[in-house]
Design a protein around this ligand. Structure first.
Ligand code: F6P
Length: 363
């Protein structure tokens, strides 16, 4: 046990269903079990740099368990080690991490809990290496963090994507069309693969398995020859053709990770229509996947992560994040979690299952 009286808390990176459930669990556990004070820094690392926070007590977290988003605000910009400042009328980037450390000291914050994905946890690790006692909580709809079986937020995104496929099925069948659904996930195909399996997709394209257009069209045509006049194609935003590139939608220069993927669904849809002659429509699910109320699975995982994170703070296990190693919640070094992105292994059980069912993976 270490002498901790006050903890800081922030949510960083893209928002994600379950953030409020973690905040609630942290505040309740910290205040009820350990008599700690909690300062919630606003808008991710920006609040830490600008010293903007609010004190969080139990009444502040009442009713937030089912709410999406984060009551603290967040941003996927504003890395304190590469922070945008205006000098002589020009935007330049500076390392302002010493300001963060000074703010934590001034507010007598003994430990910091960072709820974030890959980018935010890399910053958390860098702060830890500068001496800040940090504990991480893995968040992302992409499910692409190593060291944990699941991140919270993924299950909700998966549910939303599956519901979308179910809805697209009806139009696909009625109109004898090919319906293409583009889902998020950055460089990992978890959302596409699991939603595709759950929704009964005919084709699933993921970044880990570059696709050949002729294979995709063969599948659509084979189905038509069997009397199935429609097909459902789920495309991860990071999917790419064999020998080709991912489609970049834009660059957000101040962001921890400037590249924003998107647009591959339209490329795939256009080619299917041209090559097969079948009427095709494309839906890009976008940020609907990040919104809404967390599923029961995510509410429970987020609550478990929140309580476990306070436990790590109190026992002094810093530089670690909480992780799900089913059925337990365990500490994992943040360095391990951010070292490699957790992509779908091409021999993963779910990939094998998809192939057995007859789903085309484009290869
Ligand atoms: O990491 C979560 C995520 O939703 C990705 O799936 C997606 O590529 C990205 O964030 C979108 O970021 P933004 O909200 O900046 O457009």
């Amino acid at each position: 046990m270490v002498a901790v009286k006050r903890i800081g808390l922030l949510t960083g990176g893209g928002d994600c269903p379950g953030l409020n459930a973690v905040i609630r669990a942290v505040v309740k556990t910290a205040t009820r079990d350990y008599g700690l004070e909690v300062l919630g820094f606003l808008d991710g690392f920006r609040g830490l740099v600008e010293n903007r926070f609010r004190v969080l007590a139990e009444p502040d977290v009442r009713g937030i368990l089912p709410r999406g988003g984060t009551i603290l605000g967040t941003t996927n910009r504003d890395n304190p080690f590469h922070y945008p400042v205006v000098e002589d009328g020009r935007k330049v980037f500076r390392d302002v991490s010493d300001r963060v450390i000074a703010n934590l000291r001034e507010n007598a914050v003994d430990a910091l809990i960072v709820i974030g994905g890959d980018g935010s946890l890399k910053i958390a690790l860098a702060l830890y290496e500068k001496g800040v006692p940090v504990v991480g909580v893995p968040k992302t709809i992409d499910n692409d963090l190593s060291g944990t079986d699941r991140t919270f937020g993924f299950d909700t995104a998966l549910t939303t994507a599956t519901e979308a496929i179910d809805k697209l099925h009806t139009t696909a069948e009625s109109h004898h069309r090919v319906m293409v659904l583009e889902v998020m996930g950055r460089y990992a195909g978890w959302i596409a693969l699991e939603a595709g399996l759950a929704g009964g997709a005919d084709v699933i394209l993921i970044p880990e398995i570059p696709y050949r257009m002729e294979r995709v069209c063969d599948k659509v045509l084979e189905r038509r020859a069997q009397g199935k006049q429609f097909s459902i194609v789920v495309v991860a935003e990071g999917a790419r053709p064999l020998g080709g590139e991912m489609v970049v939608q834009r660059r957000v220069e101040d962001s921890f990770e400037p590249v924003r993927l998107g647009g591959i669904g339209n490329v795939v849809g256009r080619e299917i229509e041209e090559r097969t002659g079948m009427e095709t429509r494309v839906t890009v699910l976008g940020h609907l996947q990040r919104g809404g109320s967390p599923t029961p699975f995510d509410r429970i995982l987020a609550s478990r992560f929140g309580t476990a994170a306070v436990g790590l703070v109190v026992e002094g296990t810093f530089g670690h994040m909480v992780a799900l190693r089913t059925p337990r919640i365990v500490p994992v070094p943040i360095a391990e979690a951010v070292a490699v992105l957790r992509q779908v292994p091409p021999d993963h059980d779910l990939i094998r299952c998809a192939r057995h069912i007859g789903i085309c993976l484009g290869d």
